[in-house]
Design a binder for this molecule. Structure first.
Ligand SMILES: NC(=O)c1ccc[n+]([C@@H]2O[C@H](COP(=O)([O-])OP(=O)(O)OC[C@H]3O[C@@H](n4cnc5c(N)ncnc54)[C@H](O)[C@@H]3O)[C@@H](O)[C@H]2O)c1
Length: 368
């Protein structure tokens, strides 16, 4: 089976189910509840470093196989994200199938919480597409294996704040590599998508004196940001790729780095918060390398959110510790960029290699 981009909320299309299944997931569980209409899949990819943590997304998939593919792919991504961020967490993801507007209510969320509880902590749930930190409050009535609650419930609150900070660190790291200095003063930076993360990124970049270009499909978002900050608004989404910018920061959708956009982009570097930026991880990672364009791996740059909830899971939420750990994205990113240059491999591959080495070394330490 092949799926197309439009079938998924975000991410890579044309990925055969068979190739994803060979990713060696530890466990995949399907749960159906007739009374509430809950249909959920939890995919646990790898728990060598710790319990599998990943968000729960609700999406009205046209076919249930698409949901399975999404769960398998995203849970594997979480394994790498946590491993490369140095967290004691494995990778997992929950995908809940259905129309969020028709189905989501307290009973539905509590039923989902019971399902999570039945997995005895091998999976820890969190907010994702169509699930908010306020939904977590209902889910938490049924399970202790949950993070991402609002601050008033002793949770870590809105993850976007640290995701934006991590993205800012990634941008500074690519600038250091490209220009020999991580100062962003005067650098032309294009932010695609000024939602929760993109808007906060504008704030960091404007404080550093960057020259900021923004685009978004929502004119209201553009107007709100332009009212508050000195930014150039680009209405034409396609023309955005051809801008004379130094750094491109994708903060909207996945798969925006593809055959068409690589041909148009003139920037020196790419670093942004969006998940699954490379339409084809191998092909487009290699194309960027060959074009001499520095690419900060997305799952490293946007790890601020999972770093934030990580400290919530292991005891009391510690904002200061989380902030420090997010700052480390800068150093890790430089290490990966260096490794990629040294071995002439795409940065995404260098990041995956680093994650796999860490998982393997911890596995070896346990066996020794
Ligand atoms: N929020 C987090 O903590 C977090 C963590 C990890 C990854 N991410 C990823 O970062 C990205 C941004 O997250 P967010 O929380 O800011 O989301 P958001 O929904 O608040 O913002 C996304 C913005 O992108 C805009 N957009 C959508 N399609 C677009 C297009 N074709 N061109 C230009 N703009 C477009 C939307 O209008 C919106 O303003 C997403 O890909 C998300 O999955 C977010």
């Amino acid at each position: 089976m092949k799926i197309t981009e439009s079938a998924l909320p975000q991410g890579q299309g044309n990925m055969p189910l068979e190739s994803i299944i060979t990713n060696k997931h530890e466990k995949v569980i399907y749960h159906y509840d007739e009374a509430t209409g809950l249909k959920a899949i939890v995919a646990i990819h790898n728990t060598i470093l710790g319990p599998g943590l990943g968000g729960a997304r609700i999406w009205d998939y046209t076919q249930e196989e698409h949901a399975l593919v999404d769960a398998l792919r995203l849970s594997k991504g979480m394994t790498y994200k946590s491993a490369v961020a140095g967290l004691d967490l494995g990778g997992a993801k929950a995908v809940i199938i259905g129309d969020v507007n028709k189905l989501k209510n307290e009973a539905y969320l509590r039923k989902y919480g019971q399902f999570v509880e039945s997995l005895h902590g091998s999976y820890i749930t969190a907010p994702d597409v169509n699930t908010t930190m306020y939904d977590m409050v209902h889910i938490a009535k049924e399970t202790k294996y949950i993070v991402g609650l609002p601050a008033v419930y002793q949770g870590s609150g809105d993850p976007s704040i640290l995701t934006a900070y991590g993205t800012y660190m990634g941008i500074k790291a690519v600038a250091q590599k490209a220009y020999g200095s991580d100062s962003l003063a005067g650098k032309k930076i294009g932010i695609q998508g000024v939602g929760k993360v993109g808007a906060m990124l504008v704030d960091y970049l404007s404080k550093e004196g960057a020259s900021i270009y923004i685009t978004d499909i929502l004119p209201g978002r553009l107007a709100a940001i332009a009212k508050e900050y000195n930014v150039q608004v680009v209405q034409d989404a396609e023309a955005f790729y051809e801008l004379d910018m130094d750094i491109y920061a994708p903060c909207a959708l996945g798969a925006t780095i593809n055959d068409q956009t690589i041909a148009k982009l003139k920037c020196q570097a790419i670093a942004g918060a969006a998940n699954n930026q490379l339409a084809d991880e191998h092909k487009h990672g290699r194309m960027l390398l060959e074009k001499g364009m520095i690419y900060a791996p997305d799952f490293l740059v946007n790890a601020g959110g999972v770093i934030n909830v990580h400290t919530e899971f292991y005891g009391n939420y510690n904002a200061e510790l989380a902030h420090q750990q997010v700052e480390n994205i800068y150093t890790t990113c430089l290490t990966i960029l260096q490794q990629s240059a040294q071995d002439n491999i795409p940065t995404q591959e260098a990041a995956i290699r680093l994650a796999e080495q860490r998982i393997q070394s911890v596995r070896n330490a346990r066996l020794a």
